[in-house]
Design a protein around this ligand. Structure first.
Ligand SMILES: NC(=O)c1ccc[n+]([C@@H]2O[C@H](COP(=O)([O-])OP(=O)(O)OC[C@H]3O[C@@H](n4cnc5c(N)ncnc54)[C@H](O)[C@@H]3O)[C@@H](O)[C@H]2O)c1
Length: 255
C-alpha cells in the first residue's frame, strides 16, 4: 500500500494559491515563501505549517518539495532539497537550461535516491517527445504566439520577434522559457523556437512540430488564463495538480 506523500510548498504566489485551493486529495504540510506574509495567508486556508527560514522548511517532515517560486529559487534550493532526501517538483524549469547545473541536480538526485519531476506545464506532448532520447528526430519546432504586453514589447501587428535556438531565446525573453526548456529536456535535443507577438491574441498559443523516424507529430495548445490569475495559463496549474495526484496512482498512464 502506498502512503500519500507529504508536500512542502516552496513559493506561495499564483501557482501556490491554485495548488492550495485544489488541495483535495493532497497532503500539504508546510509552506515557505521569501515573503512570509504570503505563506501565512495560505496557511489560513490549508492549515499547513509556515516556515520563515528555508532550512527549517526543508528539515520538516515532508517527502516532496513543490517549487512554485522562481528560477533563482531553483538555483539556490534544488540541491539542498535533494541532499535532504526529498523529491522535488520543478516549475521554474528555466533554471535547468544551464547544463552544468542540470547535471549537478541529476547527480545529487542519483546520489540521494530522489527524483526531480518536471510537469508538462502549459503544453502537451512531452510524453512522446521523449522518444528523441533514443530515436532519430530531424525537426523539433516550438512556435509560440503571445500578446505583445505579455512579452513586454510593443507591436502594432502580428510579427516574429525571435527565431533561433531555445538557449538564445532564454537570453532575450527570460520570462518565456519554461515550455521551450521542458520540451528540450524531454526530447534530449535543443528546440528551434519562433516567438510571435500578436496584438489580437487573446490566448497563449504553443504549436509543436516534431518529425523523426517515427513519422510526424503536430500539436497546438491554445491556453486560457487561470480564472483568478491572468498571468498563469490554467493548463499549467492543472498540470501540476495532475502530476501530484499521479504520483500516488498505482497505475500510471502516459510515458
Ligand atoms: N513549468 C511551467 O509550465 C510553468 C507555468 C507557470 C509558471 N511557471 C513558473 O512557476 C513559478 C511560479 O509562478 P507563479 O505564477 O506562482 O509566480 P508568482 O510570482 O505569483 O509567485 C512566486 C512566489 O514565490 C516567491 N519566491 C520567489 N523567489 C523566491 C525564493 N528565492 N525563495 C522563496 N520564495 C520565493 C515569491 O515571493 C512569490 O510569492 C515561476 O517561476 C514561473 O515561471 C512554470
Amino acid at each position: 500500500m502506498s502512503t500519500m506523500r507529504r508536500i512542502g510548498l516552496l513559493g506561495c504566489g499564483n501557482i501556490g494559491n491554485i495548488i492550495v485551493t485544489h488541495r483535495s486529495g493532497l497532503q500539504i504540510e508546510s509552506l515557505y515563501d521569501i515573503i512570509p506574509k504570503r505563506a501565512h495567508e495560505l496557511s489560513l486556508v490549508c492549515g499547513a505549517r509556515v516556515h520563515e527560514d528555508f532550512n527549517t522548511f526543508v528539515a520538516d517532515t515532508i517527502d516532496l518539495v513543490v517549487e512554485a517560486a522562481s528560477v533563482q529559487a531553483v538555483r539556490e534550493f534544488a540541491i539542498p532539497v535533494l541532499h535532504k532526501g526529498k523529491d522535488l517538483v520543478v516549475l521554474s524549469v528555466g533554471a535547468l537550461s544551464d547544463s552544468a547545473f542540470y547535471h549537478a541536480v541529476e547527480q545529487t538526485a542519483r546520489d540521494h535516491a530522489c527524483r526531480v519531476y518536471i510537469p508538462s506545464g502549459a503544453v502537451a506532448g512531452l510524453d512522446n517527445a521523449k522518444v528523441g532520447r533514443f530515436a532519430r528526430i530531424d525537426r523539433l519546432l516550438l512556435k509560440t504566439t503571445k500578446s505583445p504586453k505579455s512579452l513586454g514589447i510593443a507591436a502594432e501587428e502580428r510579427r516574429l520577434v525571435f527565431k533561433g535556438k531555445a538557449n538564445e531565446c532564454i537570453k532575450e525573453f527570460p520570462r518565456n522559457v519554461n515550455v521551450s526548456v521542458a520540451l528540450s529536456l524531454a526530447a534530449g535535443k535543443e528546440v528551434d523556437v519562433e516567438l510571435w507577438a500578436d496584438p489580437s491574441a487573446d490566448r497563449i498559443v504553443h504549436e509543436i512540430q516534431i518529425e523523426g523516424e517515427f513519422g510526424e507529430i503536430s500539436i497546438c495548445v491554445r491556453n486560457l488564463p487561470s480564472p483568478d490569475n491572468p498571468a498563469t495559463s490554467y493548463l499549467a496549474a492543472l498540470s501540476i495538480l495532475t502530476l501530484l495526484h499521479s504520483l500516488e496512482d498505482p497505475i500510471v498512464v502516459g510515458t
